[in-house]
Design a protein around this ligand. Sequence first.
Ligand code: HEM
Length: 397
Amino acid sequence: MTGSVPLPNNRRPAGCPFRPDAALERLRDDPELPRVPMSNPQLGSFDAVLVTRADDARQVLADSRYEAGFAFDRTGPRTVMNQPGILLNYDGEEHARYRRMLTGAFTVKRVRALTPAITRIVNAQLDVLEQAGPGADLIETFAGPVPLLVICELLGVPLEDRDDIQRRSATGTDVANTLDDQLENFAAMAAYMGDLVRRARRAPGDDILGDLIRRHGDVLDDDELIGMGNSILVAGHETVSSMIGLSTLALLRDAEQLAILRDDETAAPDAVEELLRLLSVAPPLIRQAATDLELGGQTVKAGERVALSTLAANHGTDLVPDAPDRLDVRRKPVPHLAFGYGPHQCIGQQLARLELQIALPALLRRLPGLRLAADFASIAYREDALVFGVTGLPVAW
Ligand code: HEM
């Protein structure tokens, strides 16, 4: 274990996972930009300028002089940060070149065409959940499997490998693991994706890997394809799975809001936007200043790191003037930062939205008597994970 420091997006009040803790709130109101200790297995311990206001966050994320790929060393031991093909390891033109190769798979039109496949996966998993009843762990039986099955289908990953994939991505996103654990885990993930890439080179399928190979297989080497494949695999299911679990918990705590999403066929898009904003499950976004830069009237020095808390920014009254900590599924969507902003803004956001818009109402309609099967106070949270969420969610119906 490293001496882990709570990540800015995981600092929530004890027993209340739906808003930033008081210390984070105070920092947002403070005109000074504080330096806070951070730690993660790849970067070790470091201090970062903590950004908690939406305007400051947008300014940083739009400016590529705040580099995302600052630690990328393609000759170093393979970690998430040294792996070619992972979009967050690149900046500027190089980033745009890799990103363009992937955007085709995630356009609104391509994603909308997945509606029948996602609906089929959701309904089949609801059958499994119902049969496991009258009670089950929602994460294990629904929130975990649905996004994993969707992303496996999209990438052409064999379904029988899904338990291994789930275990490895949980290890990969646990900041309490040592660097050795991470290196070993990362090597296993790279070897696995390497096999899929070589198989897809021989017979490219009708999926993202096959598509990348058909269109860009001459310029992308296997290492880059491994990075692209694994980043989509991990980013594409941990986040959505956490959102399904935490959203269900938030809705079960508020019968009125739950009823709106369950009973009003038109409610899902705005409700999902509100849940994305309120819950802000993504890790703090880290950048490093390439040169001295001005932010909020202060100087961020060349080489200093910046950590952006999307949770704090998404709960500010500058973004949401009226009761930002309250779940209001009818709220007119605000330009929240749950998917980031600027050139690295989440490439899978349309897919994530669609999965949530299908999965959450379907769950509430299939099991109208859904309720927590444990005390709210006993629910445990993934405080050491990059992606915030519940560790399990006992439900009954
Ligand atoms: C609710 C679900 C999701 C949330 C909250 C989320 C959040 C984010 C955020 C905040 C970023 C920006 C990171 C930064 O700037 O440092 C990001 C980037 C990214 N996301 Fe997502 N994401 C979600 C779902 C997905 C899905 C479904 C996929 C793929 C299938 C995906 C793939 C990616 C990739 C590849 C990037 C890097 C983009 C780049 O660097 O250009 N994400 N995501």
